[in-house]
Write a protein that binds this ligand. Structure first.
Ligand code: XUL
Length: 517
């Protein structure tokens, strides 16, 4: 049997996907929801409440407590844990965990009689972990940009970004110098979780490491100059950065209490977006992925390293080698939901009504900034309308309103993915809104690309399991993709609609700068 485990430590839950790589099947799934299952950690939505809306920290012990609970549940459902040939994982990106010099000693001597959270408490040099939703580091980003200018983006793949780890570390070192001094290891959530599994401090992989504003993507080493400016002595606190197929170590004896075999290979973990690239079978260039969720993301394996001149898109490491692009649109599902509520229709009604308005929507468009937007950067939210007087004053019919949000979201994705420099002819689409047929056709027509739907409920967890099979079992990704990530449905573009969307894209691009902050 060829069984592998993928773990997905996301913002709100920890999930497991156990695959049989030979049979091409997920044989077991399990899930721990932080808010519901671990209320004592006070992170109902994955982070601690804070009166400052810019601060989003979590209690890192919730992630290790979830590991104990998840494995207990897997054991209870008689998952074949002793058969597992390799483990890897996916972590929400950018978040960081701060540990003192006891960390490794504690990991080496974990007692199965006690739980992980209690044993790891004395290893923390900082009680909380900033996560990707934190935006409290604008001052630090400005300082990093002032110091390094364009080099920051050219060498690390992104300009200094509030949620990225480097600016977060700089803030901690400045605000809590004593605690920073007592910090011996700074881990990403991904490398922290891998460390616990293998009982020693684990490396950071290039995929997730690229989301730190610290990794030089040209040398694939920590950038000494940027690290030292970010915080004094930082280089000594960072784990090594390695290829994503590196085996970090063998499973710690602690986990034999759940039925795992000691020494089972643990491949380094990666970030959720790099893992999803693998989980949807898109780690070869030529196909882009659109994930429609709370935020919509557009990502693709890259042929060459290049960066977004507008500074909105990012470059991360592709776990299968090379690089991947990632663009995040904050106004995804909640924006669609707002329009659905305004029209007072069900999701199927929403879908049907969108088809009643023609492609191009009579020239009616909207800039859907219901909340702050990261692509393009809009810090003062507000929805802007363009088109007929009837549409702009909210009197148009529901079909026009619904088509406006969907066409505008497709156009912003097309506009802001142009820097990648690839005319994608295939797009793989995933996430809740991929069920909306009219949206799929709009995306097909705006991009003039074939839209493939895939039936992967947890692409990050599956991607982690496939990475484990690749790193520990030496199974090529191509073989795994044939078995796990075939398209379930596809939709062709209508060439007759190309011209109308080329024109709409021009209008949209001209409108946007007026509304940027
Ligand atoms: C990517 C990002 C999020 C997190 C959480 O840059 O911030 O997608 O990885 O999912």
């Amino acid at each position: 049997m060829s069984i592998y485990l993928g773990l997905d430590s996301s913002t709100q839950s920890l999930k497991a996907e156990i695959i049989d790589a030979e049979a091409g099947r997920v044989i077991c799934s399990e899930n721990v929801n932080f808010g519901k299952d671990l209320p004592e950690y006070n992170c109902p939505n994955g982070f601690l409440e804070n009166s400052d809306p810019l601060i989003k920290h979590a209690d890192p012990l919730i992630w290790v407590a979830a590991l104990d609970l998840l494995f207990t549940r897997l054991q209870r459902q008689r998952a074949p844990l002793a058969e597992i040939k390799g483990v890897s994982g996916s972590g929400q990106q950018h978040g960081s965990v701060y540990l003192n010099s006891n960390f490794e000693k504690i990991l080496e001597s974990l007692s199965p009689a006690e739980n992980l959270a209690e044993q790891l408490t004395p290893a923390l040099s900082r009680k909380t972990s900033p996560i990707w939703m934190d935006r409290a580091t604008s001052a630090e980003c400005a300082e990093l940009q002032q110091q390094f200018g364009h080099r920051m983006q050219q060498d690390t793949g992104s300009p200094a970004i509030e949620r990225f780890t480097g600016p977060q570390i700089r803030k901690f070192a400045r605000d809590e110098p004593e605690n920073y001094r007592h910090t011996a290891h700074i881990h990403l959530i991904s490398s922290f979780m891998a460390s616990i599994l293998c009982g020693q401090s684990a490396p950071v992989d290039f995929g997730d490491g690229a989301g730190m504003n610290l990794l030089n993507l040209k040398t694939r080493q920590w950038d000494h100059e940027i690290a030292e400016f970010t915080a004094p002595g930082l280089l000594d606190k960072l784990p090594p950065a390695v290829n994503s197929n590196t085996i970090a170590g063998g499973l710690s004896p602690y986990f034999t209490k759940y039925g795992f075999k000691q020494g089972t290979p643990v491949a380094v973990w990666s970030g959720d977006n790099p893992c999803s690239l693998v989980g949807v079978g898109a780690s070869e260039p030529g196909v882009a992925v659109i994930s429609l969720g709370t935020s919509d993301t557009f990502f693709a394996a890259m042929r060459d390293f290049k960066t977004d001149p507008a500074g909105c898109g990012h470059v991360f490491g592709n776990p299968a080698g090379g690089f991947m692009s990632l663009i995040c649109f904050t106004n995804g599902s909640p924006a669609r939901e707002k329009i659905r509520e305004t029209c007072n229709v069900s999701w199927s009604g929403f879908d049907q009504l969108a088809e009643l308005a023609p492609p191009g929507n009579h020239g009616n468009l909207m800039l859907p900034y219901f909340t702050v937007e990261s692509t393009p950067l809009v810090l003062s939210p507000g929805v802007k309308y363009h088109g007929s007087e009837e549409f702009c004053s909210g009197r148009s019919n529901n079909s026009v309103k619904i088509r406006a949000i969907l066409e505008s979201q497709a156009l912003t994705m097309k506009l802001h993915s142009r820097w990648i420099g690839e005319d994608f002819k295939r797009l793989r689409i995933t996430g809740g809104a991929s069920e909306c047929r009219s949206f799929r056709q709009i995306l097909a027509d705006v991009f003039q690309a074939k839209i493939e739907q895939i039936a992967v409920p947890d692409s990050a967890g599956l991607g982690a399991a496939l990475r484990a099979a690749n790193a520990a079992g030496k199974i090529p990704f191509k073989t795994l993709y044939e078995k796990f990530t075939a398209a379930t449905e596809s939709l062709n573009p209508n060439p007759a609609n190309a011209a109308v969307y080329t024109a709409a894209l021009q209008t949209y691009a001209a409108l946007e700068p007026d509304f940027r902050s």
